[in-house]
Design a protein around this ligand. Structure first.
Ligand SMILES: NC(=O)c1ccc[n+]([C@@H]2O[C@H](COP(=O)([O-])OP(=O)(O)OC[C@H]3O[C@@H](n4cnc5c(N)ncnc54)[C@H](O)[C@@H]3O)[C@@H](O)[C@H]2O)c1
Length: 477
């Protein structure tokens, strides 16, 4: 892993990340560490409990997947799992048994093995977890079930991939980390945008030193969901709208935060230390309801408390700043922001023509004169090997521009080859921590709150993550 950096332009440019030792003990590292607020004490590990960092999967000939939650996301992703080479869906579960039946019928009609069906009650998933023909559990239920179901899957001896967020409370995040460490099973956030083509090119450029020393980045989830939130047929039982009646929080910024965190080597040489949140007034949902929702609709009994725009300013141990935004209740075009900047230049996604790949860039010495350049040629030059290898398959099979398929393909092949996951439980916990921490910061009138170090000190070590290389992946039949 360190040899990647040994040949990178970042090191040639004299970038800050030299060796693990320098990060752990070098003057620069220790001075920023000293400047950072004291860390929230990590709960002690139980005897025998050890880190899951760099722990490879046991090699699997075929990866057998069990799915919990077969709504919009789960049903589409189930099709995705079923077409990945070396993967088979062996069981499906939804509290609504008809959805399990519909999904099983669909797979059988597509010529795939018919999965076992579970459903009918809130705990049907627990019976599914008793099966011994499931290696990986994929969870796509409403947010309130993720922690309980993810933990149960780990305790049943399965690896787990959970939709965003893996949990919504700090103690739950710690418990998932600890349960992963105790069960020796991996749990990862199903963070598909981390496998986006632009995001991975941005990551490669960051590691090659094109932006110089990275100083700041911005990401988020800005998606006008108002019509879907008030739809009676989209989110089951309006679960997502109801979260907006419960708390003021950055519920779902991970799609933009995670790629920035990856480019900054969070948990791989740097870590997020403090978070400060702001929230605007909650106006968008009530305004939309007043204009478009009939007076007899159940939503008229609700009061929306989540700010339309919740912003988290996150500081890292190396003094970088990340701005992570969440806004799903305002009229606006979609954006995950994806902006990364440093001493030599800047990339801004969603600024160009999105159908042409989006993005604009300005990096020295390639550019001068203060005018933006198109990202296209950089995207081509720094295309990640995953997209070169399976980009066509992804375009044919996957949602969200193909990145769902890349995430699924990569996860399955890592398990088959017996390699270390790109995204581990520590990344997942760190990226989801802004959910509860934004609540805490807002409750403290916008004061900074400390972000736990879920790695318990191991963040100082450089290691590979999403920046993998094709040569690290043995061929899998
Ligand atoms: N990564 C992405 O790009 C992406 C995109 C969309 C949604 N999501 C996430 O996927 C998840 C599901 O979202 P959705 O849009 O599919 O919602 P949805 O309402 O369409 O589906 C949720 C499903 O979970 C089922 N369910 C509820 N409780 C259950 C239980 N106890 N056991 C089994 N099944 C249960 C419901 O019956 C429903 O079929 C959410 O966490 C959401 O944030 C992620």
């Amino acid at each position: 892993m360190p040899e990647i950096r040994a040949v990178s332009r970042r090191l040639l440019l004299g970038g800050a990340l030299a060796t693990t030792g320098a990060l752990a003990a070098g003057a620069g590292a220790s001075s920023v560490a000293a400047a950072a607020p004291s860390a929230v004490p990590a709960p002690p590990r139980r005897p025998g409990q050890t880190s899951m960092i760099d722990v490879p999967y046991t090699a699997h000939r075929t990866v057998r997947v069990g799915v919990i939650g077969l709504g919009n996301r789960g049903s589409g992703m189930t099709t995705g799992w079923s077409v990945v080479p070396g993967c088979v869906v062996t069981a499906v579960c939804d509290i609504r048994a008809d959805r399990a039946r519909r999904t099983a019928d669909g797979l059988a009609a597509a010529g795939k093995p018919r999965p076992a069906e579970y459903g009918g009650s809130a705990d049907s998933y627990a019976r599914m977890l008793d099966r011994d023909d499931i290696d990986l559990v994929y969870i796509a239920t409403p947010w309130e079930f993720h922690y309980e179901q993810g933990k149960a899957a780990l305790l049943a001896g399965k690896h787990v991939i959970v939709e965003l967020p893996i949990a919504t409370e700090l103690d739950e995040l710690w418990d998932l980390v600890d349960t992963s460490e105790r069960t020796r099973r991996h749990l990862m956030l199903s963070e598909n945008c981390s496998y986006g083509r632009n995001e991975l090119a941005m990551l490669k450029m960051a590691h090659e030193g094109l932006f110089g020393d990275i100083t700041n980045g911005h990401g988020g989830y800005q998606h006008d969901l108002r019509a879907l939130l008030f739809s009676d047929t989209y989110y089951t039982d309006a679960w997502r709208r109801l979260w907006h009646t419960r708390s003021t929080a950055s519920f779902y910024a991970m799609h933009g935060l995670a790629p920035i965190a990856a480019a900054m080597d969070i948990n791989r040489g740097d870590r997020m230390t403090t978070l400060t949140a702001t929230a605007t007034e909650p106006k968008g949902l009530a305004d939309y309801r007043a204009r478009f929702v009939p007076a007899n609709h159940p939503s008229w009994k609700e009061t929306y408390v989540n700010g339309d725009l919740v912003t988290c300013l996150i500081e890292t141990a190396k003094g970088r700043i990340i701005r992570a935004e969440h806004d799903v209740s305002s009229p606006r075009p979609y954006s995950r922001i994806n902006t990364l900047a440093g001493s030599r230049g800047i990339f801004e996604d969603y600024a160009g023509v999105v159908s042409a790949g989006g993005g604009r860039i300005y990096v020295e010495p390639d550019h001068s004169g203060h005018s933006w350049r198109d990202f296209g040629s950089y995207r081509k030059e720094f295309d990640h090997w995953l997209w070169k290898k399976i980009g066509d398959d992804a375009a044919n099979n996957g949602g969200h521009g193909g990145m769902d398929y890349v995430l699924q393909w990569r996860t399955v092949q890592l398990m088959r080859a017996g390699l270390v996951p790109d995204i581990d439980v520590y990344d997942s916990a760190a990226w989801c921590a802004p959910v509860p921490l934004s609540v805490m910061s807002l409750a403290a009138r916008g004061r900074p709150v400390e972000i736990p170090d879920f790695t318990r000190g191991a963040w100082v070590n450089l290691r590979t993550g999403l920046d993998s290389r094709t040569t690290e992946m043995p061929p899998v039949a």
